[in-house]
Ligand binder design. Structure first.
Ligand SMILES: *Cc1c(COP(=O)(O)O)cnc(C)c1O
Length: 390
């Protein structure tokens, strides 16, 4: 029997998305209207970057970013050999040459040690790159602190290709904040985290780079007399001061992006973190939930809801552990609620899923199915008899 095809990835379009795009179709401009600005604003807010420039693809955002960094013929751009071809092609569009830095065998991201070695070599032959494009492969952030420190020493600009990494964080800051780079680019192709059908965005904290990208996105045309190279003829007048492109995002795409963005944090489960250099003995499999406390005291928290839902299907979870300092005996010793807030949050959001050697694939499937089902149902109201028990 033929089984149905399972793709490696699939975009998700919900009714809200359809309504958002329809609303633009029914009224409002189709391009160069308010949706693009609102989408740029929303992504800037989420990533904590100061400026955002929406484009019609991730590739065009990479191209604009390199142009804004003034990359041209004779320049060199380095990236990771394990990436989509666009990470390298964007340099060729500018007339620059491309070279690669090998990956770290464990993270599969561009290796900071290989980078340091290669930069030292090329410094001696005066063949340093203008720009490095690290790629956050599969959404896992590169070792940006190490990369940035090395690049700074050699005066190499950094453009993060974060096409896979919208929603990821590095050192507690969102990818896109450009905390360790000059610019960051996202893609909204349907195989990525959220989609605008085709689309991309370039983030930066440098106003000059943002202005340059906005200009190049629309043919290199300016309407502000202050930027014109010749005197203006009047309010109808615009000047093309350099060669740009039409890389604009449409209003339909931006409306879809804004609607999709609502679900960026929708994945409520955090799996156990994995280190790159260390391995776990997998004694326990603890997941945690993003939402800490229920919206009202009469509703169960997400964690409690999942616990009871799985229990009703004979799947027993547990908590490892309730914080020791919150135990009555330790409270009497003088420990206070609030003394160790991270531990207390963990105690409210952690859930140990079944994990033992004899666990079968069928049992795992059953757990995943019921967990998914429970995640898709809203937590119930707490029954009267539970009141005041907590
Ligand atoms: C998808 C992707 C791009 C290009 O994005 P488009 O929106 O398809 O142009 C660039 N780099 C990486 C790593 C990608 O995965």
């Amino acid at each position: 029997m033929r089984q149905t095809l399972i793709p490696y990835g699939q975009h998700l379009i919900e009714e809200d998305d359809i309504a958002a795009v329809s609303a633009v179709l029914r009224s409002g401009p189709l391009t160069q209207g308010p949706q693009v600005g609102a989408f740029e604003e929303a992504i800037a807010q989420i990533t904590q970057a100061q400026y955002a420039t929406a484009t019609h693809s991730g590739t065009s955002a990479l191209h604009l970013a390199l142009r804004a960094l003034d990359v041209g013929p004779g320049d060199r751009v380095w990236t990771s050999p394990i990436s989509f071809v666009a990470s390298a092609n964007c340099a060729l569009y500018c007339g620059a040459t491309v070279d690669f830095v090998d990956i770290d065998p464990i993270t599969h991201n561009l290796c900071p040690h290989a980078l340091a070695q290669k930069l030292a070599q090329h410094a001696r032959t005066h063949t340093l790159p203008r720009v490095l494009i690290p790629v956050h492969l599969s959404g896992r952030p590169c070792d940006m602190a190490a990369i940035a420190e090395t690049c700074r020493a050699y005066g190499v600009a950094i453009l993060e290709d974060a096409s896979h990494a919208l929603g990821a964080t590095y050192n507690g800051k969102p990818i896109g904040a450009c905390a360790y780079s000059d610019m960051t680019v996202f893609s909204f192709h349907p195989v990525k985290i959220i989609t605008t059908a085709e689309g991309g965005m370039a983030l930066t904290n440098q106003s000059e780079l943002a202005a340059q990208m906005e200009r190049l996105r629309s043919h290199g045309i300016v309407r502000d007399p202050a930027l014109m190279t010749r005197e203006t003829d009047g309010p109808w007048y615009y000047q093309q001061i350099e060669l740009g492109y039409n890389y604009r995002m449409t209003e339909l795409q931006a409306a879809l992006g804004l609607s999709q963005l609502e679900r960026l944090d929708a994945l409520p489960v955090q799996r156990p973190p994995r280190d790159t250099d260390n391995t776990s003995s997998w004694h326990l499999y603890v997941i945690t939930f993003a939402d800490d406390s229920p919206p009202s005291p009469h509703v169960r928290s997400r964690r409690d809801h999942i616990y009871y839902a799985l229990q009703s299907h004979n799947i027993m979870c547990s908590l490892h552990y309730y914080p020791i300092h919150c135990q009555p005996y330790y409270q009497k010793m003088g420990f206070q609620i609030g003394d160790f807030p991270h531990a207390e949050r963990y105690g409210r959001t952690a859930l140990t899923l079944p994990l033992f050697v004899q666990l079968t694939t069928d049992q795992i499937t059953r757990i995943v199915e019921h967990l998914t089902q429970a995640l898709n149902t809203a937590p119930e109201r707490v029954k009267e008899k539970n009141k005041g028990k907590e």
